[in-house]
Structures are given as structure tokens and as C-alpha cells.
Design a protein around this ligand. Structure first.
Ligand code: AMP
Ligand code: MG
Length: 408
């Protein structure tokens, strides 16, 4: 049994599961219904808009799984058999002559009348080129039956499936040259903060480089979104209103920073005036405050500005939201349990997502878990999840979510 600490003060903090459930419900209510037909080579990262139903049996005919000899087992007496034909992949065979066998190669159609393929290693070839089978054989061996993978009319990929190299290969095997995919989600990325400047310029007093912008823009591209890079938004109400108003043709405005109820929360003011705003206090660390609402009907998600908070709240909440808007059902990342290679003596009241990696089978964590430290995530291979109220001794099992699950 793992020691469990005091429940901790959760107060009005919203558990991660509840936040995710609400976001997914909102995504469900604004599902993108438009789709487009794309050449198969261009569907990588996109979401299938229609069920893919097979119009073929796959394989279309029984074929050989080996280089060897096809025969009818009933003809086999133990005596050498003459070879009556040679069948390469891509050829259409003659029916097998009774009392004979056929030389056959991997992927070639098994001739009518044959019910068994023996691999070439198990035969003796006589001087007169007849073939003697030296091992016991059974009907059906080394034959890949017609329709073993798929039969006509079978659902192969359901609408809502995310498409990657494997799905593309599968669609190709069924002869699909194009697929109907959900249109891209258009996401505007806004970085708020007077302190922000873009890399490539010199830092003035009090300024820092904007790291969230490129982080989110390239992550969104990997997720198959259409990115509208809306740049830096200064902490100014008038400009905030004006810039939000220019983003009427997107599916989501994704901002970072300015979500703490600080004096510079102009995004919040603009949303309250011309839309709706709820400030969620999440039981999650890093990344407590999250803004969810809309501006003149356009959905807005405001992530906390600290880079590690941006990363965690995007990975765990925004990514599944965006996938669900495209109709993806399975939005939860794979996680598995690893023994902790560290101790966690102090139970917290928020779920910790520690930047960690696996070393010799143990989950270890970066030395500095500050929400301002992005290097922790660059070092990490995944997020180590420590539940609210939990303390850990070395060797206790903790969930580990590989970053590779979250980045695509
Ligand atoms: P805020 O949520 O605006 O109070 O920002 C929280 C912290 O994150 C502050 O230290 C900000 O300077 C920092 N921050 C906000 N936005 C960014 C950004 N785009 N890139 C890097 N740091 C940021
Ligand atoms: Mg700010």
C-alpha cells in the first residue's frame, strides 16, 4: 500500500477530470462538420470524416506465405511429385494438375486444387526435378486465406480516426486514392504580456523573449490545425478588444498569459464585456488558472503564461479539446505505471505533472519543477502524475505519460 497523505485543502479547485469533461462537452457542442477530400498522401495528422468500408477482400485470393511448393494433400503418397507450373507473385495460375505440385513464391496466388504450401527448405529435389516432401504437412499450411485481413463491406476505419502512416498504408491496401477528412481546426494563437518580445530583437529592461508563441504554433501544426499566428497582445484593453475582434473567422482563440486575476487581465475584461468568461481554478500543477469562454461567439481558451504551465495545460486539456472538435473519440493519451525513482514527501492539493524521464526502469524527475522552467520539459520524456493528497516513497507506482503521446 502506498502511504496516502492528508487529503489536503482542495477548496473550490476543479479536478483535472472535471475540467477535461467540461471542455470535451463544449467541443462536442461545436464539432466541425465540414470536410474535404484529400489525396491519400496528404491526410497525415487529419481526422477521417466518413467510415472507411472495405470494397475488397484482402487478400483478394488465397496466396502463399512462403517460397515453396503448392500441392493437394490428398495427392501426396510419399513418392516424389512432378512440378507442373511455376507461379510468381503477380501471375494468375492455372488450376493444379492432379498428382502434381506447383513451384510457388511468396505472395503468389495459390492455384485452384491446391490446399497446402510446403516451404522449400522441407523438400528434396530429385535429379529428374521431381520433388519429395519430407515432413508431415497439414491442409491450409502456409496459405493466407482470402479475406484474412478484411472482407467486402467490413468497417476498417471509423469516422473520427486520426490518420497517420499506418492508417494511410491500410487505406492504400484497400485501393483508396483519396479520403474524406474533417477540415482543419483554425486556431489563433495570441501571446499576452507587455514584457514579451520576439527572438531576434534585443531585450530591453524588464523584457523576456516570447517562447509560448512558437511552442504552441508548431505544436498545433503537428496536431493538424491551421494556425493563425496573432502575435503579441500588449496588456491594454482597447488593443485587446480590437485584436480579438479581428479573429472572427477562427474556431478557437488560444491565448497565453494574463489569466491570473491580476490587474493586467485585459483578456478577461474583454471577454466579460463582449462574450463570456469563466475562470477555472484547476487542481493541477503547474497551471492552476485557466480562462474558458468566448468573444463574440468565438471560443476562447486562455492558458497560464508560465511556459511549463502552458505546456501542461495545452497537453492535457487543449489538445483533447481540439481533437474532439474534429470528432476524435479516443482523446486520452496512453499512460502506464512506473516505479518512482524519487520520493515525494509532501502531499499537495493539486495534481502534479512532473517533468520526468525513465532511467533503468524508474521514473525520475527534473531537479527544478518551477512552472517557469521550460528546460525541465526539454530534458523530460514524459509527465509523471502525482495525485492530489499523495506522498511517494521510492518504488511506489506512479502513472507516466510519454511526451510523444501528447506532441502529435
Ligand atoms: P501571466 O499569466 O501573464 O501572469 O504570466 C505568468 C508568467 O509567465 C510571467 O512570468 C510571464 O512573464 C510569463 N509569460 C507569459 N507569457 C509568456 C510567453 N509568451 N513566453 C514566455 N513567458 C511568458
Ligand atoms: Mg501577463
Amino acid at each position: 500500500m502506498n502511504p496516502v497523505g492528508k487529503p489536503g485543502k482542495t477548496g473550490s479547485l476543479m479536478p483535472v477530470e472535471a475540467a477535461l469533461a467540461r471542455l470535451l462537452e463544449m467541443a462536442e457542442g461545436s464539432r466541425i462538420v465540414e470536410s474535404e477530400c484529400l489525396p491519400l498522401a496528404q491526410v497525415q495528422g487529419r481526422v477521417l470524416a466518413q467510415d472507411l468500408v472495405s470494397t475488397l477482400d484482402l487478400p483478394p485470393w488465397p496466396n502463399s506465405a512462403m517460397d515453396g511448393y503448392a500441392l493437394n494433400l490428398a495427392d501426396w503418397t510419399g513418392e516424389p511429385m512432378p512440378v507442373s507450373q511455376k507461379i510468381f507473385a503477380g501471375q494468375a495460375p492455372e488450376p493444379l494438375k492432379p498428382g502434381t505440385c506447383a513451384r510457388i513464391f511468396t505472395g503468389a496466388p495459390v492455384p485452384a486444387g491446391a490446399d497446402c504450401v510446403e516451404m522449400q527448405e522441407n523438400v528434396e529435389i530429385h535429379a529428374d526435378e521431381r520433388v519429395r516432401f519430407i515432413e508431415t504437412m497439414v491442409a491450409g499450411q502456409n496459405i493466407r486465406p482470402q479475406g484474412q485481413e478484411t472482407t467486402v463491406g467490413e468497417l476498417v476505419l471509423a469516422a473520427g480516426t486520426r490518420l497517420g502512416p499506418i492508417e494511410q498504408g491500410l487505406a492504400a491496401s484497400l485501393g483508396c486514392a483519396e479520403l474524406e477528412v474533417v477540415r482543419r481546426v483554425r486556431v489563433a494563437v495570441l501571446s499576452t504580456g507587455n514584457e514579451l518580445v520576439e527572438p531576434g530583437t534585443t531585450l530591453g529592461p524588464g523584457q523576456i523573449y516570447n517562447s509560448n508563441r512558437v511552442l504552441l504554433c508548431s505544436w498545433l501544426q503537428r496536431l493538424g490545425c491551421e494556425v493563425v499566428d496573432a502575435g503579441i497582445l500588449p496588456d491594454d484593453l482597447y488593443i485587446t478588444r480590437e485584436r480579438l475582434g479581428e479573429l472572427q473567422n477562427v474556431d478557437l482563440i488560444l491565448s497565453t498569459g494574463g489569466v491570473s486575476v491580476g490587474e493586467a487581465d485585459f483578456l478577461g475584461i474583454a471577454l466579460r464585456e463582449e462574450g463570456e468568461l469563466t475562470l477555472w481554478k484547476l487542481a493541477i500543477k503547474p497551471g492552476k488558472p485557466l480562462t474558458v469562454g468566448h468573444f463574440r461567439g468565438v471560443p476562447v481558451i486562455g492558458l497560464p503564461g508560465n511556459p511549463a504551465s502552458t505546456l501542461v495545460t495545452f497537453a492535457l486539456l487543449t489538445r483533447p479539446y481540439l481533437l474532439r472538435r474534429q470528432g476524435v473519440q479516443d482523446v486520452e493519451p496512453l499512460k502506464f505505471s512506473v516505479p518512482a525513482g524519487f520520493v515525494w514527501p509532501q502531499a499537495g492539493n493539486r495534481r502534479e505533472f512532473l517533468r520526468g524521464r525513465l532511467e533503468q526502469g524508474l521514473g525520475i524527475i527534473y531537479r527544478n519543477q518551477s512552472s517557469g522552467v521550460l528546460r525541465s520539459a526539454a530534458w523530460a520524456e514524459g509527465l509523471v502524475e502525482v495525485q492530489e493528497g499523495r506522498v511517494l516513497a521510492k518504488g511506489d507506482q506512479v502513472p507516466f505519460i510519454p511526451l510523444s503521446e501528447l506532441l502529435d
